[in-house]
Design a protein around this ligand. Structure first.
Ligand code: BES
Ligand code: ZN
Ligand code: ZN
Length: 488
């Protein structure tokens, strides 16, 4: 989608003009000249209380105007308006345009133009993406509008342009991540993702190293390799780096391209969803891309632990014991708790690079879906300040995080009878915390670390105003916002 900003002009020509209206507030100044062209239809709808600006309300008005149709969208009370509601506003307008096959969409910015320009662009660009490339019937495809125009006050134009360009880049990268995430496991193998990562790195001036099975054996990555054993698809361990001043910020992602559970096999129902188990690694790759494209100065490293988790004659078995990269021994009691096994080595490897802080993203537990649903990811870690900063970035970007405790008593749960740690906690209790308690054993003490359990937020089973069903690309906007607030 081509995005640009223009000074507001009621005679701007487009296929659809969208106007946001707050509940119980006067109409915005741009409404008057638009209403004049519509012969007073907006004023009539408001006066008759047919349209009150309630959140979710919409009304289409037509006229012989330069923009042919006007979509009134209710924004709810002005005092509650925020970035997330701005994304919903533009997402709805772009969805309407897509459904009606309209190509040129103009939006008059609600409220404070500059404050919401980035979010408005994000909403429109994100709503334009759908995973429909395998549909051969064109009518079943749903392409969004080609062109988006933000109409803003002239004195803010240059700053709105910059904010719009930032939002466009970020949302486009998020859509690319969603496209990779939605691909099935027969297409997006560890090898294919590692290739995409190295191409991305070359294109954006990052360095990239891909480690294969033999090298990983020599490196003692036995916890990671224990998961890969059951599959004929070769695993790949990707290390990305964006140079910058000082110690790096490390981002670590779980990249299971398909999680069958292994020998502790999952039930057949909904097993297809487990192609999404690579979401953490994809978010890491996309965040490094976004940081490069947006010219953030930070020193970043990204670690992607990519493998399938399948049962076979060579697969790991419950009761197996392996010695991880860090030297700690791990008893594998459930081969379906594989995310923590690949992250054990990925976190240890990241900590060897003397990072300033580490953030990992992983679709780690079904328990976090039970606790928080699709609305928020769980955050756990060893550093209150880092966790608070990430939570604030979550509020600002609509990618919400909610904290769970990681007190020492939970670490007892992952102590093993026969090895240093075991990969499951107490039966049916505090599953998300047990996962984090296991990971903590592989983070070098003293390094601030946060773990984001994105099992509920990485995939939508119900669409949102600006996100179709499927892979969400959760974490990219959140991490870019966190980086922007924490300049090196
Ligand atoms: N990838 C899954 C987590 C998951 C499960 C995400 C369901 C979304 C829906 C993970 O590898 C897993 O299977 N975790 C187990 C851990 C358990 C065996 C300790 C789980 O959550 O059931
Ligand atoms: Zn699993
Ligand atoms: Zn998994």
């Amino acid at each position: 989608m081509n995005v640009s900003a223009r000074p507001f002009d009621a005679r701007f020509s487009a296929d659809l003009m969208a106007l946001g209206v707050f509940e119980k507030s006067p109409l915005p100044p741009s409404a008057k000249p638009l209403d004049d062209l519509l012969g007073g239809q907006i004023g009539d709808a408001v006066k008759s209380k047919e349209f009150e600006g309630k959140k979710g309300q919409s009304m289409l008005l037509r006229g012989k105007t330069p923009w042919k149709r006007l979509l009134l969208l209710g924004l709810g009370p002005q005092k509650d308006f925020d970035g997330e509601k701005a994304r919903e506003f533009s997402g709805k307008a772009a969805n309407y345009a897509a459904g009606a096959k309209l190509k040129k969409l103009a939006l008059t910015l609600p409220g404070d133009s500059l404050r919401f320009a980035q979010a408005v662009v994000e909403g429109a660009v994100l709503s334009g993406y759908r995973f429909d490339k395998y549909k051969t019937d064109k009518d079943e495809r749903h392409p969004g509008p080609d062109e988006l125009f933000l109409l803003c006050s002239p004195h803010e134009l240059s700053r709105v342009k910059a904010a719009a360009a930032f939002g466009e880049t970020l949302a486009r990268v998020q859509n690319q991540a969603r496209a990779v995430l939605n691909e099935p496991a027969n297409v997006m193998t560890p090898t294919a993702i590692a290739k995409a990562a190295s191409e991305m790195a070359r294109k954006h001036g990052l360095s990239c190293r891909v480690y294969g099975k033999e090298e990983l054996k020599k490196m003692g990555m036995n916890s990671f390799l224990s998961v890969a054993r059951g599959s004929v698809e070769p695993p790949a361990f990707v290390f990305l780096e964006k140079k910058g001043p000082g110690k790096p910020i490390a981002l670590v992602g779980k990249g299971i391209t398909f999680d069958s559970g292994g020998i502790s096999i999952k039930p057949a129902k909904d097993m297809d969803l487990m192609k999404f188990d690579k979401a953490g690694a994809i978010a890491v790759m996309a965040t490094l891309q976004a940081a490069a494209e947006l010219k953030l100065s930070h020193h970043l490293i990204g670690v992607m632990a990519l493998t399938e988790n399948l049962p076979s004659g060579s697969a790991s078995k419950p009761g197996d014991i392996v010695v991880a990269r860090s030297g700690k021994s791990v008893e594998i009691l459930n081969t379906d708790a594989e995310g923590r096994l690949v992250l054990a080595d990925a976190l240890a490897f990241a900590c060897e690079h003397d990072p300033r802080l580490v953030v990992d993203l992983a679709t780690l537990t079904g328990a976090v879906v039970v606790a928080l649903g699709e609305q928020a990811a769980g955050i756990l870690g060893n550093d209150e300040k880092l966790m608070k900063q990430l939570e604030e970035a979550g509020q600002a970007t609509g990618e919400k995080l909610w904290p769970l405790p990681l007190w020492p008593e939970y670490e007892e749960q992952v102590k093993s009878e026969f090895a240093d740690v075991k990969n499951i906690g107490a039966n049916g209790a505090a599953g998300t915390i047990a996962g984090a308690a296991f990971l903590k054993a592989f983070v070098k003490p003293g390094i601030p670390w946060a773990h984001l359990d994105i099992a509920g937020t990485a995939w939508l089973t119900h669409e949102k105003a600006y996100l179709a069903k499927g892979g969400t690309g959760f974490g990219i906007r959140l991490l870019v916002e966190f980086l922007q607030k924490h300049k090196p």
